[in-house]
Design a protein around this ligand. Sequence first.
Ligand SMILES: Cc1cc2nc3c(=O)[nH]c(=O)nc-3n(C[C@H](O)[C@H](O)[C@H](O)COP(=O)(O)OP(=O)(O)OC[C@H]3O[C@@H](n4cnc5c(N)ncnc54)[C@H](O)[C@@H]3O)c2cc1C
Length: 447
Amino acid sequence: MTVVVLGGGLAGVACAHKLGDEGVDVVLVDRNDYHQFQPLLYQVATSQLPAEDIARPHRTIFRDYPSVEVVTAHVEEVSLADRTLRLADGRTLAGSHLVLAAGSRPNFFGVPGADEHAFPLYSVADAERLRLHLQEQVRAAGSGAAEDDGTLDVVVVGGGPTGVETTGALAELMTAWATTGLTPYRGQITLVDRGDALLGAFNKKAHRYSLEKLSERGATVKLEAGVAAVHVDRVEIDDGTSIRARTVVWGGGESGSAVAQGSGAPTGRGGRVDAQPDLTVEGFPGVYAVGDVANIPDADGAALPQLGSVAQQSGTWAAENILRERHGSGPTPFHYKDKGIMAMIGRNAAVAEVGKGRHQVEGPLAFAAWLGVHASLLSGAHSRTDAFLTWAWDYFDRDHAATVEASSTPKRIAWGDRETDVPHISLDERPTTTTPRQGDRGGATHE
Ligand SMILES: Cc1cc2nc3c(=O)[nH]c(=O)nc-3n(C[C@H](O)[C@H](O)[C@H](O)COP(=O)(O)OP(=O)(O)OC[C@H]3O[C@@H](n4cnc5c(N)ncnc54)[C@H](O)[C@@H]3O)c2cc1C
C-alpha cells in the first residue's frame, strides 16, 4: 500500500502523520518545500513575524517518519481513475490511495483589475509580497509622495475573519508608523464588504463588537458596498464612488485549488471537490478529498467551513479510513469536533463563539480560546507550541506597536529549530487565481 498525498498543508500533514505513525508508505507532494500556517499570514504581512516562523520545511516535520517520503514539485495533472499525479518535472507518481489536500486559491470573482492590483493573502509568498509593498509605500511617503495620492492608504476587501483581522493589524501598524515618525502622516484604511455586517457567520453582538474595535483603531468600514474594479491607485465601488488607495488587500473569496478542479472530480460550491460523508470521492475508489479543497458535508449535509480544524481533523480521518480499508473494514463518515469560531481583531480585541450554544466571549477570554485552537493546529508541524504561546501572549497583551511593528526585525517565535531547517521561500511566481462561482471565505468563519 502506498498513499499519495497531494498538498502539505494542515490536512495533508495530518493525514501523512497518522499514516506514518502506522508505518504506511506515504508520498507527500507539495510545490513548496515547506508547510505554511495560514492563520498567521497577516502577522507576516504586517511585520510582526518573519515569514520563516510560519513556514516549516516538510522534511523537518517528517524527519522521524521513515515511511513518509516528501517530494517538492508542482503537480500539473491529477488522474483520479488510476490515482496518478503528473509532476511539472515530468515524473509520475501513483498510489493505491490518493488523498487530495491541495487547499484553495483566491477567487477574484472576475472583478476587473483585482487579479493584477490586489494583494491576496493565502500563502507565505503573498504575505511577503504585501509586506515588501507596504515598505515601499512607507519609503515613498518618507520621500515626499503626496498624501492625497493614496500612498499610505489601504483598502481591505472582505468583512469575514481574514478581512477583519488584517484590517485590525494594518490599522495598528499604520498608527505605529505615524507615531514613531516612520511616516509623515497616517494613511486611511477602509474595509469594504457587500454584506450588511462584519463577521457575518458570527452573531449580532460580534458584528457590533468587531465594528467598534476596528473603528477604535481608526479603520473605516463601508458595508453594503461591492467592489466594481481595482486600479493601481483606487478602488471603484458599485455605487459609483471610489476610494483612493495604493494598497488593496483581497480577503474577498477563495475557491478550490486549480489542480483539483481540473481533475474531473465532482465539484460544487466554490469549485471545491464534493467529498462524500466518509471523505471519499464518488466514482473514484481509493480517492479522498480533505481540507479546503473539499466540500465536506456535516451531519446535516451542509458543507463545513474552510477552517484549520476541519482541515486537520479531516486529514486524520481520511488516514484512519485508509487504515480501516487496510484492515478489511469500510470507511466511516467523518465527525467534526466543532471547536467554535473566533477572530482576533487586534491587541486586546478578540471575539469567539464556543460550545454547543455558541456562547460568545470577548477580549482576553476569546484570545485564550484562539490560542488553544491555534496551538493545537500548530502542533502538527511543531513540537514547541509553548514558544508560540509565549510569543502570542506578548503580542496580545502589550502595546509595543511602536517598538516592534515599526522595526524591521520582528520578534521571533523561539521554535528551537536547527540552522538547517530553513524553508525556501520564493516570490517569483504569483499563484494562478480563479474567477468562477461562489465560495467566499471572506464571509466564512475561522477558529
Ligand atoms: C489569511 C487566512 C487566515 C486564516 N485564519 C484561520 C484561523 O485563524 N483559524 C482557522 O481555523 N483557519 C484559518 N484559516 C483557514 C485555514 O488556514 C485553512 O482552512 C487550512 O489551512 C486549510 O488547510 P489545507 O491543508 O486544506 O490547505 P492548505 O494549507 O492551503 O495546503 C494546501 C497545500 O497544497 C499545495 N498545493 C496546491 N496545489 C498544488 C499543486 N498543483 N502542486 C503541488 N502542491 C500544491 C500548496 O502548496 C499547499 O501547501 C485562514 C486562512 C487564511 C487564508
